[in-house]
Structure formats: C-alpha cells, structure tokens
Unconditional design. Structure first.
Length: 308
C-alpha cells in the first residue's frame, strides 16, 4: 500500500490578506485525509507545524515585513518536509501562503540529494514568485520562494540553502502576472515558463508532457506546488491574489491526472487557500478533488447523480 504523510502549515505572514492560516483546517474539513484513504492510500496526518513568536527583523528594503516569521517557518519546515518525503511515497503539505515553499522545497531537495536524484519543480501558479528581498515592492514574502530555493543572491536574511533546485529544473504553468524583476530572472536563467497564452495555443498537455519527459530522462524526483490562483477565480474564489484567466476545471484535472499517470510525483504543496474568501467551501472541496486526481481517482470513479 502506498503511503502519504500530511501536515499543515498555518502561515499567512507572507501574504497581503489574512485567512491563509485556516487553509489546513479547511482542507481537513473538506475531507482530504478521508478522500486519500478511500483511494487506497495509507494516510498519516502529522498535524500542523508551528513556530514561536518572533522579534521584528529590519531589512534594507523597507517594504519587507514579517521577515523573522518567514525565516522561522523555513527553519521549521525544511526538516519536516524532509522527514515526510523520507517516510512516505507522496507527502502533501497543506498551506498556508506560498512562502511555505521556501521551506518545503529545500526539505524535499535534501531527500532527493540523498537518493542521488535531481529535484524538479512544477510550479502551478499565476505568479512566478521570483522576487528577492531586494526587488519585492509589496514586501509580501510569498513572492520570493522560487528565487530563494533556486539559489539566487539576496537571501542572506533567510537560512543558508544547502540543496538548491537548478533553475533549468523548474517548469511554470499558468503564469499570467509577472513583474519586471521576475521577467529578468526568467530570461537570464532561461526558465521554462508556459503562460496562459501558451496554454491557449497548445493546450496543457504539450508543455506538461515535454517537462515530464525531461524529469524521467534525468531520473528526477518531482515536486508539484499548486497555488489556488493557478485556477480561474470563477471556480476557485478563495484566494487573496486572484488573476482572471486561470486554468479551467478540466484543464486542472487533466494536469493532475497526467501527473498521476507519469508516476513521477514525489511531493505536493497546496497553497494560498483562504477559507475566509470562499463560498461554502467550494474551493477547498475542489482542491481535495484535484488532489484525488493526482492520487489516482479517475472520471469513472466519480459519483454522479442520476436524473433518469
């Protein structure tokens, strides 16, 4: 029997709106552990990671805020993610805002290094989150994790990075909001970015399958980081960073089903779920359903109502 470890990351200090700290509880209430168990997985819920209150730390960029908290979360999450990746086949890290990936991805990268495998990251998000502490104008640190864990300069205030992800091992799908500093890094490091125009032109399978082939050829371990704002806000309103024109219900399920078919996924982030902005739990339920597709559920397995 395949196994998964779940843990929650009730962090919202990286975001601009309050409410993400309720994300893990919302996913549990929506039935994520029971859903995965029903699919034949052994499920261990390790509860929520916590940090102690922090003293304020100043930064040369006056826009930056909650720097001490973000550093503390990274320090707590790296070993927790490493242990979950070591102890299970496909751990799920339930957020919480996207700053948590500055801790979860390095933890999984450490496990991949132990296995002698490169870590690849599929970033399903409206934003590339490629700011450094110097270039962020909002000061919201959920916009910095990719720049950090790919080893960019300017993160002396974050924990020292021991296992970086190579920029060429990133694939961004669904991008539709990019700042100039982020665009510069994308071009400089020739990162694989599939914006929504590319998806409109080719569909989701062409770039996804090409990326998965690269992962397979390198015997890589694959981490998927799924931000709610990857989805169109019409189907997933529970996010504080809505950007129109996101992925549809079927596109999202097709991606998750294709990832399942590949057998390459080794870990998953679910981030930026803000239940305070939801409508009767619809976004949390959708995230559970999409996660079920990644864990093996198929269309023919879905319960439907008969009107005959």
């Amino acid at each position: 029997m395949k196994s998964t470890v779940l843990f929650g990351v009730p962090v919202e200090t990286g975001a601009s709106q309050r409410g993400c700290l309720m994300g893990p509880a919302s996913l549990r209430t929506a039935g994520l552990p029971q859903t995965l168990s029903a699919l034949g997985w052994s499920v261990e819920d390790r509860g929520d990671v916590q940090i102690a209150p922090q003293e304020i730390t100043a930064h040369a960029n006056p826009a930056v805020h909650n720097l001490s908290e973000t550093r503390a979360w990274i320090e707590a999450l790296e070993p927790a993610a490493y242990a979950a990746a070591r102890d299970s086949d496909l751990p799920v890290f339930m957020g919480g805002d996207h700053s948590m990936s500055a801790g979860t991805v390095p933890g999984v990268a450490r496990r991949a290094a132990e296995e002698g495998r490169p870590l690849f990251v599929l970033w399903l998000d409206a934003h590339p989150d490629l700011h450094t502490l110097d270039t962020t104008e909002s000061g919201n640190l959920h916009g910095t994790p990719v720049a950090y864990f790919t080893g960019q300069a300017g993160f002396e205030a974050y924990p020292a990075l021991t296992n970086a992800v190579a920029p060429e091992h990133m694939c961004f799908i669904g991008i539709r909001s990019v700042d100039p500093a982020e665009q510069d890094r994308i071009q400089r490091f020739e990162m694989d970015v599939q914006d929504m125009r590319a998806i409109d032109e080719t569909g989701v399978l062409v770039p996804l399958r090409a990326f998965l082939e690269r992962v397979r050829a390198a015997n890589g371990r694959l981490h998927v980081s799924f931000d709610v704002d990857f989805l169109d806000p019409g189907i997933a309103p529970a996010v504080g960073t809505t950007v129109p024109g996101g992925a549809t219900f079927r596109e999202a399920h097709l991606i998750m089903e294709t990832l399942c078919d590949s057998g390459l996924v080794g870990s998953l982030d679910l981030v930026e779920l803000n239940p305070f902005l939801d409508e009767r739990g619809r976004t949390a339920k959708l995230l559970c359903d999409l996660t079920a597709s990644l864990f093996g559920r198929r269309v023919l397995d879905r319960m439907t109502r008969s009107f005959g």
